[in-house]
Design a protein around this ligand. Sequence first.
Ligand SMILES: N[C@@H](CCC(=O)N[C@@H](CS)C(=O)NCC(=O)O)C(=O)O
Length: 204
Amino acid sequence: MKLYYAPGSCALAVHVALVEAGLDFDLERVSFAGKRTESGADYLAINPKGKVPALELDDGAVLTEVAVLLQYVADHAPEKALAPAPGSPARYRLQEWLNFIATELHALLTPLFSRSMPEDYRLVVRSAVQARFGYVAKKLADGRPWLMGPDFTVADAYAVSMLGWADTLNFNFSDWPQIGDYHRRLLARPAVRAAMEAEGLIPG
Ligand SMILES: N[C@@H](CCC(=O)N[C@@H](CS)C(=O)NCC(=O)O)C(=O)O
């Protein structure tokens, strides 16, 4: 498998999941500006959406969308229990988290990186993001270590990217210490550190 990524992007979630899963994979960096990969390939020919992540499978097929790639990775290392079994009630709970993160956090946080966002709209979006993290805080308030409960899943891998972005964008979660504790727990995981080191986000 090969993961197309850009450092610090949402592809980090899939990178973390691949390391957690212990699967063999290669990494290929993508430049957003020229839509070229580090080996000079035309990225739009690989993923016509022009976005990372994309996962090239061993048969050459290319799969996209973070929430889908995370489940693909988890299902290819069932012994690591990064996702409940397909079709089980708990799997739908995981999908509930993945969809929430994709549509309520990822999609709202992304435009905040744009300098051209009008300031009054930025405030509206920031307040919506804050409220969404309030929901996460409420779930973590019962003392669970991970989003799904006692077990780390690929939803937590997705949260690594989103909490990293929230830090970069100076969100303040001091009213919810459980969010900071959760983020520190995530950053202490060897797989998270390994993926972040490989992307040059933290020193090796
Ligand atoms: N819906 C896509 C969104 C992916 C996405 O937003 N990727 C961003 C990086 S986090 C990207 O590739 N941006 C480059 C661009 O828009 O040119 C997914 O969930 O995978």
